[in-house]
Design a protein around this ligand. Structure first.
Ligand code: SF4
Length: 140
């Protein structure tokens, strides 16, 4: 599988089936602590950086076969998942095919975009996290 990974045991979420929407590494930030490494495409543009159809096919393949009894689907990325323009379709597809909760891990910086908020409304849990050393740096 190219886009699916795990499942991984998450303290917060239980057994989590990961879905990685982006090739490394596309983000609107370039955090020095990023576990994926340096940002290679630094952008705020939402695009179909990986074929949505291929991601959906992998999800269908997983669901058609034997897989561990996962607790959640977690959408993340080698970068910022809300930059993927197919995010809404992918969330809806999972919700249509399963009764498992869909979780999105995001840096939250695109939540001011109405389209992003609208797509995320279909998810069950949105976990925004942005690590910064204080109010001044955060506002900057
Ligand atoms: S926002 Fe997340 S993915 Fe983007 S550079 Fe920072 S830690 Fe890495």
């Amino acid at each position: 599988m190219k886009y699916l990974f795990g499942p991984v045991n998450s303290r917060r979420l239980g057994l989590s089936q990961g879905i990685d929407l982006l090739p490394a590494k596309i983000c609107n930030f370039n955090c020095i602590y990023c576990e994926v490494g340096a940002t290679t495409l630094h952008t705020c543009d939402r695009k179909e950086y990986s074929p949505t159809r291929d991601i959906l096919e992998e999800i269908d393949t997983l669901l058609a076969g034997k897989h561990p009894p996962i607790d959640v689907f977690t959408i993340t990325a080698s970068g910022e998942p809300t930059l993927h323009s197919g995010l809404g379709s992918i969330i809806h597809h999972i919700k249509h095919k399963t009764n498992k909760p869909v979780v999105i891990l995001t840096n939250g910086s695109l939540l001011h975009v109405a389209g992003v908020r609208s797509e995320l409304m279909a998810a069950d849990i949105v976990i925004p996290s942005l690590i910064q050393p204080g109010k001044k740096v955060f506002e900057k």
